[in-house]
Design a protein around this ligand. Structure first.
Ligand SMILES: [Zn+2]
Length: 712
């Protein structure tokens, strides 16, 4: 079955991944081994598992983990790939996450499952719009110059040209995803899915329009969800300002123009007799009337214990205003400039206005004190611009019932987090859930399917449907029937609530079934010193450069080698060097075995039929290793599985056994060498697929198939 086997003298040269990886990848992809429909049905294990080929498709039985072992029914295994952004290029976090998925997928494929790793890319609303806007800016054109329709044409053009980069990079890593099923979160079928989901919620009256204080990015000119806001430390100033008989503190005196009340803690003996009164206050815009309201959330210890209430520019103050019927005065506009309500400050940027107002406060003797103040400021996760909380009309999705079902599914064990402690992140968010702002004021994305609405949906609204929409929903496709619910999903901790939570409640809502059974939250890859890897900070490492220099196998090896327990990875280049050495060790060991075995026949050896004690020992050790590695992969302990395999191969097989065989020269030793080597290549294949496939091709195994589809 294996044609074009390169001559074995190739083994006399050192291993160079560059000569092989691309070729091997094509050898897997072209016959369709990544596609569960095109997997050859072998005479061995596969045939038994599937029973006689029948034209009638039966609903397959889904089994995972322990249940699957020893079963003789048809089994499916499906992972939907966390779709990378079309703007993306592979970073270390991706490389780790996708390697983990690939290990599982290759392992299950070898275990006889009909295995589907379903890939796709995400249209990534704001991110993609920003990239294209930047491109246009170089030509001196803004998206407003072009208009919506022309601009969207440009984005599609960009997507066709560059949106494939990350897919090509995934192939370099060895990802065995079924590219013939590649989806895009804005392809035709997906648009249908989004519209169907929206209509479903809308008909249930769970989607509503409302005025709220939302996070607004003046640069992107759109609302952002709480999860799209990042915080960074800023050296600011704390101002204490005379406020009638009170003194209040703030870092943002410009928002004071929008104050419509003062809040104090009802328990505060200093102020409680003021509650309900209206105070006349001198401000930079002349005298103003402010009501004093009681709010138990005011911290008596913080500042002066009296807080200004700015309903149009603070989410908490907005709620307070609703409760107390206070006026909402918007003094900052969506462009980040002061509005007409700011009177003489109208048109100034927030920064300019702050400077001017502080000067005027000083002039009017209203400034009590100012001092340096370090605080966390909210910035846009896409462009780092300071967020303006603004009163705005937006579309919301009611979250109460959806959050409840999502919470229950993890509480009752239908869905398991690995490691388990990440479930806390999940519950914390669900317990404090607010309705989801699903509208965005950008152009690139799924347009809200309502007449007269120009907003698009939050990009995560479509990603939330991924596990079933990617399989064909709302159509009742064969894939949906076969592969849903999927088995495993893996991503990093940063998107547990942006994505995982939303997939869980969406799956339960639309499919009446969880989207996946196991959620693997993988480690974060940090710098050696434990700092965040970041391109802009110059602390990032490009996995493609590693692949170029060391090969995909060594790169995968280094990533998995460092994935131990739930710990984050402090990246060590030494693991990569160790990976490269290990590849050479396997290469040289194979050459040695082929020289030693000559015409020996390959046979599956058991302890019972083996006489020589050295052979018995190595077979015994191999069988134990195989069982433990299998169990470790089933329980997602990838690092320990690789360490075990490494130790077995390097020490037990090479250092000890290969040395011992130098004094043995018989049939039994020859076939033991072949048995243990071929078995080891199988176990190593999911971790380091390229080199194991090449070497497998050189071994005298009867009725040999490609290693990728051999049985484990
Ligand atoms: Zn922004």
């Amino acid at each position: 079955m294996l044609g074009n086997t390169p001559p074995n003298d190739e083994l006399n040269k050192p291993y160079n991944p560059k000569n092989h990886e691309e070729k091997i990848y094509k050898m897997w992809e072209e016959p369709g081994y990544f596609n569960p429909d095109r997997l050859p049905v072998g005479a061995d294990q596969r045939g038994n598992e599937r029973g006689p080929a029948s034209p009638k498709l039966q609903r397959p039985l889904r089994l995972v983990g322990d249940e699957a072992r020893g079963e003789s029914t048809r089994k499916t295994f499906c992972i939907t790939m966390a779709p990378p952004n079309v703007t993306g290029s592979l970073h270390m976090g991706h490389a780790l996450g996708y390697t983990l998925s690939d290990i599982l997928v290759r392992f299950k494929r070898m275990r006889g499952f009909e295995t589907l790793w379903l890939p796709g890319t995400d249209h990534a609303g704001i991110a993609t719009q920003n990239v294209v806007e930047k491109e246009l800016k170089k030509q001196g054109v803004s998206r407003h110059d072009l208009g919506r329709e022309k601009f969207l044409e440009k984005v599609w053009e960009w997507k066709e040209k560059y949106g494939h980069t990350i897919i090509d990079q995934l192939k370099k890593l060895g990802a065995s995803a079924d590219w013939s099923r590649l989806r895009f979160t804005m392809d035709e079928g997906y648009v249908k899915a989004v519209e169907t989901a929206f209509k479903h919620y809308y008909d249930k009256s769970w989607i509503y329009q409302g005025e709220r204080v939302i996070n607004w990015c003046p640069r992107c000119a759109t609302s952002l969800s709480d999860l799209e806001v990042e915080y960074k430390e800023e050296n600011a100033e704390w101002f204490e300002i005379k406020y009638g008989p009170l003194v209040i503190g703030t870092v943002r005196p410009e928002t004071k123009l929008g104050d419509t009340a003062i809040a104090v803690n009802p328990q505060d003996p200093r102020y409680k007799n003021l509650i309900g009164q209206e105070l006349e206050i001198e401000t930079v815009l002349g005298p103003a009337k402010m009501k004093v309201v009681g709010d138990p959330k005011v911290d008596m210890e913080f500042g002066t214990g009296a807080m200004k209430v700015t309903p149009a520019h603070d989410a908490h103050d907005f709620e307070l205003a609703e409760k107390n019927n206070l006026e909402k005065k918007q003094v900052i506009g969506p462009d980040g400039r002061m509005t007409a309500l700011a009177q003489k400050y109208a048109g100034l940027t927030v920064k300019e206005a702050r400077k001017q107002i502080v000067a005027d406060l000083e002039k009017k003797n209203l400034l009590v004190s100012r001092k340096p103040y370090l605080h966390n400021i909210a910035v846009c996760y896409r462009c780092d611009t300071i967020i303006e909380p603004l009163l705005s009309k937006q579309w919301f999705l009611k979250m109460k019932e959806l959050a409840q079902t999502a919470s229950d599914a993890v509480k009752n064990g239908q869905i398991k987090f690995h490691p388990h402690n990440f479930a806390k992140t999940y519950f914390d968010w669900l317990d404090n859930i607010r309705d989801w702002t699903i509208s965005r004021q950008i152009w690139w994305g799924h347009k809200i399917p309502l007449d007269g609405v120009s907003d698009v949906l939050d990009t995560w609204f479509s990603s939330a449907l991924w596990p079933f929409a990617a399989l064909g929903w709302p159509k009742k496709t064969k894939d949906l029937e076969r592969f849903y619910p999927t088995n495993v999903l893996t991503n990093d901790r940063g998107i547990i609530n942006l994505w995982d939570t939303r997939m869980i409640f969406s799956g339960l809502e639309f499919m009446n079934e969880k989207p996946f059974s196991n959620l693997i939250i993988h480690a974060t890859v940090m710098t050696r010193e434990g700092k965040r890897m970041s391109k802009s900070l110059g602390t990032g490492i490009d996995p493609l450069q590693l692949i170029e220099e060391y090969g995909a196998d060594a790169t995968r090896f280094a990533l998995i080698w460092q994935t131990m327990g739930g710990q984050d990875i402090k990246w060590q280049q030494e693991s990569l060097v160790a990976g490269k050495k290990f590849m050479n060790k396997i290469w040289n060991a194979t050459r040695f075995v082929l020289q030693r075995t000559g015409n020996s026949k390959f046979e599956v050896r058991s302890l019972k039929q083996t006489q020589i004690s050295e052979n018995k020992d190595v077979i015994n050790k191999f069988d134990v290793t195989k069982k433990t590695v299998t169990d470790l992969i089933e329980s997602y302990e990838f690092g320990p599985a690789l360490h075990l395999l490494y130790d077995f191969f390097w020490h037990d097989f090479c250092d000890k056994y290969l040395e011992q065989t130098k004094k043995l020269n018989d049939e039994e030793t020859g076939s033991t060498l072949l048995y243990v080597l071929t078995g080891s290549l199988k176990l190593l294949h999911p971790f380091i697929p390229f080199i194991t496939e090449i070497l497998w091709g050189k071994l005298p195994v009867p009725n040999k198939k490609f290693l990728i589809i051999e049985s484990w």
